[in-house]
Structure formats: C-alpha cells, structure tokens
Ligand binder design. Structure first.
Ligand SMILES: Nc1ncnc2c1ncn2[C@@H]1O[C@H](COP(=O)(O)OP(=O)(O)OP(=O)(O)O)[C@@H](O)[C@H]1O
Ligand SMILES: [Mg+2]
Length: 516
C-alpha cells in the first residue's frame, strides 16, 4: 500500500476543514436556533478530543455588572508591561502625575508570555451585542481577555502563574495609578453595560498637611489618626468592623475644610469621590453610587447641612431668633436654592444616608473614609454625626498665631519677622479666617515684598477689629434701647394699674355716699 505523502495529508486535512466550514455555514444560515445549539455542543466536544489547549476567559464585568472585575483590571495592568514589547497595536493612557504614558494592548491584539519556561497566549477581545429595540441604550460591548495554554501545563498555569499575574498586576497598578477626583452628575441616565455612575478627572490638588495652617499638635493628631486607619486592615477584621472611618469637618467658611480633604487624599494616596447629594435621585441610586466606589478612597459630602433637608427631626426653633441667626438662615436658604437649581429634586432621605454611611453595603470594598463638611454643626441631625458614623469630629476655626506662622512660611518664606508681634497682638483681639490671612499674604504684584504683605494683613486685622467694635457698639445700643423700652413699658403699666386702682376706689366711695 502506498503511504500518502505529507502534501497529500495536508491537502486532505484542508479539504475536510473546508467541507466542515461549508456545512457549518449552511447550518448557521438556515437551521433554527435549537438545531444550531445542538451542532455547536457536539462540535465543541469533538474538537475537545483533538484540541490540546485550554482557554480561560476573564471578563471586564461579571455578576452584578456594576463594577469592573478585579481580575480583569489586574490582567490589564500585568499585560501592559508585556505588551509594549511584543504587541503591534497598543492603547496609551496617561500615567501617574501625567508624566508618562502607560501602554496596554489594543482590542483583538495577541501577545505571548512565558512563565517558568511555559509559553501562554493572551488575546484582548470583545463581543458586541446589538442594541435592544425598545431601549435608550446603545449597543453593549463586553470586553474580555482570553488566556490559552497547553493542557499539559494546566497545574502550573492555573496555580502559580495566575497567582503571580494577580500579584504583579496589582503592584503595577499601584505604581502607575493616577489618583482621580470623581463626581456624580445630575441628569444621569442609567448605565449601559460598561458605564459607571461617576465621571472623573485626574486629582491634582497640591494641598498637604505641611502647607495647612493648623496648630501643630492638632495637625499631628489628625495625621496619626489617618495613618493608623490606613494601616489597620487586620485590626478592623479582628474587631469585626468594616474598614472605614467617618470624619466630620466643621467650622466657618474659609477655615480649610475642603483644603483638608485634599491634604488627606494626598497623605494617604486615595482617590476622592465628591458626592453631590442633590443630584442623587433616591436612596437606591445612592446605594449604587456607593457600590461603585473603590477602596483607598475618600467619599466627600460637602456642606451636608444644605445638601438636603436632613434635619426634619430637629426643626424646633428657639422662640427668639437673633438678627445674626436670621441672616445665617437666609444665607443657607439661598445656598440651598442655588444648589438645587437644575439638579431636579432628590428623594434621598436621612435614613438612606445613614444606611449609606454604615449600612450593610457600606462594608463592600473597605479602606474608605467618609467625610462630611458643614458650617453649622448644630443643624445636623444627631443620628447623622454620632460617633461610630462620624468617628472623628474636627473643628476648623479662625486663624491662630501658630496657624498664621505656617501661612507666613508658605507664602512669604518667613519664619520670623518684627511685624509678627503686631499680628499676634491683633489676632488676640479679633478673629480672621485662614482664607483671609492667605489672601492678604499673597503678593499682588512682582514688587510686593514681605513687609507690604504683612502690612496688608495688619490693616485687615485692624479693620476687622474696628468692625467688631462697631458691631459691639451697635449691639450695646440695641440692648440699651431694649432695656429702656422695657422700663418705659413697666412704668406705663404701673401708672395704668395705679389709675385703675384709684378709679375703683373713687367709684366705691361715691357708691357708698349714694347709698346713705
Ligand atoms: N487652614 C488652612 N490652611 C491653609 N490654607 C487655608 C486654610 N484655610 C483656608 N485656606 C485657604 O483658603 C482657601 C479657602 O479654604 P477652603 O475652601 O478649604 O475653606 P472651607 O472651610 O472649605 O470653606 P467653605 O466652608 O466655604 O467651603 C483655600 O484655597 C486655602 O488657600
Ligand atoms: Mg469648602
């Protein structure tokens, strides 16, 4: 019998494959879905006998579809180091500090990797499912990576290789991570498959605790608290508490609450989620936003007192409201109105927010800070700010002399100056916010030197002192008038009483006369 030559074998295989493809094309074109499924099933089994490779798919979104899968993100980062060498089509994204471009493989690109002498293949791919006919959503893309390797290496690849890949992927991500500032936008539509509810920009705020004007002991205490938190994963696990911590920053406008949030993020290298509560439709949407936040992040709700009407239980007003309080209320109302403009009304309730902070869902992810800021702590519901929810209350107040020295160092590069004594004296007599101090210390022209800036600050302090004196005088005058009016009223009342008594006496006396 004649043995077939190599060429003949190839030709036979080729024609078998071609016939198979032809039959398959006909089945796909003309057969009903059930028949197609049947053929697919058996075709897979058949090829399984001869095909010596194993494939593992890692999808971008799995299960609940709300969060990118960690495995996918790790593979993406891991391959980014590999692909720049062997892939031909690459995607580039800005890396940490906007100084370098991070490369990753483009869709449908294939690369090889080697681990302990074993070769594997990676391909980046996606399936596009068509848009649903009755839907606002565009077509959905489901991206995934597929790993292929020979079945004789199954153990090493599914064990040591995948472990090594996840570990390295995480490290690369941490190295290249650009911190982000997220915000939830109003008018948000429900996400398509891959969209998230947050939009982001690169977080580049320069504030640090070093540049913050605060008393040194207070600053140190806050830094220690934050660092301890970030290193306490095991501790939180041991005591059975979710790894998160709430901070309430309160104080007058311009005392550094927002600046401190940026300093916190820079200290711990966390992302910031700036949550605009008035743009959140309801409690369900709030929970979804929470689920989408990542670990190593700060979730911020600024001006919590004006975010929503969360103070329902504390509406009892004092009987007498001073002019100052009236003015505060008016300002709040205006701010609230401005915030609510265009954002549609929100149905987030106090209980929804409480659940957001420490409900069951709040534990997902871990390593998160929740920070509220307010100008009026007394307006917040006690339930919202009790310890355990807002674990640490930090008051940021008017500028002290110690805080001024930090600003003088930052702005003027001065550690001491004869004019400092005048500033110290005036600061004891009047109040000024760090924002106002900073503004005065800022040179306004290239010719402005330290003396000019310090003079400007001293002038501002003197003006503030005069203003205080004027306000005090007005207050005293108002008090004096009030006392005078009260006294006049009292005299008038006594006079009337006296007249009435005299009238009664006279009437009785004249009645007696008549009777006799
Ligand atoms: N403690 C501080 N240290 C350094 N700079 C400060 C401090 N407080 C305020 N500033 C300066 O003042 C500006 C305003 O401060 P910031 O926005 O942090 O105040 P705020 O307390 O958040 O005010 P608001 O209550 O109005 O939101 C900042 O840009 C910063 O330069
Ligand atoms: Mg602020």
């Amino acid at each position: 019998m004649l043995m077939p030559t190599m060429t003949e074998t190839w030709a036979t295989m080729g024609s078998t494959i071609a016939s198979f493809m032809f039959v398959w094309a006909i089945i796909r074109q003309y057969c009903p879905y059930e028949v197609r499924r049947y053929f697919e099933k058996y075709a897979h089994r058949l090829t399984g006998f001869f095909y010596p490779y194993i494939k593992i798919s890692i999808h971008e979104f799995t299960g609940d579809r709300l969060k990118r899968s960690e495995a996918y993100v790790a593979v993406e980062a891991y391959l980014s180091t590999n692909t720049s060498r062997s892939a031909k089509r690459l995607k580039a994204e800005m890396g940490k500090d906007s100084t370098n471009l991070v490369l990753s493989m483009d869709e449908y690109e294939r690369v090889t990797d080697e681990f302990r002498g074993v070769k594997v293949w990676w391909v980046a791919s996606k399936v596009v499912s068509p848009a649903r006919s009755v839907s606002y959503y565009p077509e959905q893309e489901k991206r995934f990576y597929r790993l292929t390797f020979h079945k004789r290496h199954r153990e090493i690849i599914t064990g040591a290789y995948l472990e090594h890949l996840v570990k390295e992927g995480r490290e690369i991500r941490a190295r290249n991570r650009q911190r982000k500032l997220y915000t939830n936008s109003p008018g948000y539509k429900w996400p398509s498959y891959k969209q998230t509810m947050w939009s982001h920009i690169v977080f580049e705020h320069p504030a640090t605790f070093e540049t913050m004007a605060l008393e040194p002991e207070k600053k140190q205490e806050i830094i220690e608290d934050l660092v301890t938190f970030s290193q306490s994963k095991d501790f939180y696990a041991r005591i059975g508490k979710a790894w998160k911590r709430g901070y309430l920053l309160y104080g007058p406008p311009g005392t550094g609450k927002s600046t401190m949030i940026a300093a916190m993020a820079n200290l711990l290298n966390y992302d910031v989620y700036d949550l605009e509560l008035t743009a959140v439709k309801d409690n369900t949407e709030l929970r979804k936003l929470l689920i989408e936040t990542t670990s190593k992040s700060i979730i911020v709700i600024e001006d919590i007192d004006c975010s929503l009407d969360l103070t329902g239980q504390r509406k009892k007003k004092p009987e007498k409201v001073s002019d100052e309080e009236k003015e505060k209320e008016k300002m709040d109302k205006e701010r609230k109105e401005v915030k609510e403009e265009g954002s549609g009304s929100s149905k987030v309730t106090l209980s929804g927010l409480l659940n957001f902070i420490d409900g069951l869902w709040s534990a997902c992810g871990g390593e998160r800070l929740i920070v509220f800021t307010t100008n009026y702590m007394e307006k917040l519901d006690p339930a919202l700010i009790r310890r355990g929810r807002m674990d640490k209350h930090i008051e940021l107040s008017y500028c002290s002399f110690e805080a001024f020295k930090v600003l003088a160092k930052n702005y003027l590069n001065l550690e001491s100056h004869p004019m400092f004594e005048t500033v110290r004296g005036l600061m004891k007599e009047t109040k000024i916010t760090p924002a106002d101090v900073a503004e005065n210390l800022m040179p306004k022209s290239p010719l402005d030197n330290a003396e000019k800036c310090l003079s400007s600050l001293i002038q501002a302090l003197e003006e503030a002192k005069d203003e205080d004196a004027r306000k005090n005088a007005e207050k005293d005058e108002a008090e004096r008038r009030k006392t005078e009016q009260e006294q006049e009223g009292e005299t008038e009342r006594k006079k009337t009483e006296h007249e009435e008594a005299t009238y009664k006496e006279n009437g009785i006396a004249s009645g007696c006369h008549g009777g006799i």
